[in-house]
Design a protein. Structure first.
Length: 235
C-alpha cells in the first residue's frame, strides 16, 4: 500500500475539447458557419493558425483577418451563442472518459481543466455528458493571459487547484497533463509536466506527432487505466 501511495500522482490537468469531449468536429463546423453568416467562404484549414488562441483571441483575429463584425466582441458573442447550442445538443464525451474520471476521483487525485474555450461553454458540455462534478476548477487561456503555446494556463490551473484543496503546489513531475493538441503537449512538457497524449481524429494534430510528445499515448480513455499512469510515475 505504501508503494502505491508514493506512486499516486499529485494532480491531473485536462484539456477539454478533443480530450474530454469529442467536440473538434463541431468547432470546425461552427467556425465555418459563423464566417458564412458574414458572407465569408472558408475551409477548415483557414482556422488552423488560430487554434492555440483563446476564443476571444480567435474572434478578434477573425475580425482583423476577414473584417467581420463591428469588433471582436460582437463576433465572440455570436460564436458563443452558436457554441452553447451545440454543446447542449450534439457534443459527446470521448469513450471511457466517465469511468476513468470516476477511478481518479475514488483515488483522491485532484482534477482541473485547462482550456482555450470559455468556461460557460465548457460547463455546458460537461453537464450535458454528466461530467461536471469531477473537476475542482476550470481555468482558461484568457485568464492565464497566454495561449497554450506557453505553459501559463497549466501553471495557473495547478496553482488554483492546490489553493482550492488547501495543499502545497507539487513539482510538475508529479502532475499529469492530458492533451490532444501537440502545441499543448510541447509547452506542458517543456515546463516539466508528465503528459498523456490522446489522438483526436477530428483534430489538427497528426497521430505520430501526438505520440512523439507524451509519456503515455492513447487513442481513447477506454485504453487507459489509472494504474498505467501510477506505474509510469513510479519509475
Amino acid at each position: 500500500m505504501a508503494d502505491s501511495a508514493r506512486a499516486l500522482p499529485s494532480a491531473f490537468i485536462f484539456d477539454c475539447d478533443g480530450t474530454l469531449l469529442r467536440s473538434m468536429g463541431m468547432w470546425i463546423q461552427v467556425q465555418g458557419e459563423l464566417l458564412a453568416s458574414y458572407g465569408i467562404e472558408t475551409t477548415p484549414d483557414d482556422f488552423a493558425q488560430f487554434e492555440s488562441l483563446s476564443m476571444m483571441g480567435e474572434c478578434c483575429a477573425y475580425h482583423d483577418t476577414w473584417g467581420v463584425g463591428a469588433n471582436g466582441q460582437e463576433v465572440y458573442d455570436k460564436l458563443m451563442a452558436m457554441l452553447l447550442e451545440h454543446y447542449r445538443a450534439v457534443v459527446p464525451a470521448r469513450p471511457g472518459v466517465a469511468s476513468f474520471l470516476e477511478a481518479v476521483r475514488e483515488a483522491g487525485i485532484p482534477m482541473a481543466i485547462a482550456t482555450s474555450t470559455p468556461e460557460p461553454a465548457v460547463r455546458c458540455g460537461l453537464a450535458a455528458n454528466g461530467l461536471a462534478g469531477y473537476f475542482d476548477i476550470i481555468v482558461t487561456t484568457g485568464e492565464a493571459g497566454a495561449s497554450k503555446d506557453q505553459p501559463d494556463v497549466y501553471n495557473l490551473a495547478l496553482e488554483r487547484l492546490c489553493a482550492a484543496r488547501g495543499i502545497d503546489v507539487p513539482g510538475h513531475e508529479r502532475v499529469w497533463v492530458f492533451e490532444d493538441a501537440v502545441f499543448g503537449l510541447k509547452s506542458s512538457g517543456a515546463a516539466g509536466y508528465r503528459r498523456v497524449g490522446i489522438f483526436d481524429a477530428e483534430g489538427r494534430s497528426a497521430r505520430p506527432d501526438v505520440q512523439a510528445n507524451c509519456e503515455i499515448f492513447i487513442d481513447e480513455f477506454s485504453d487507459l487505466a489509472l494504474e498505467d499512469v501510477c506505474a509510469w510515475g513510479a519509475r
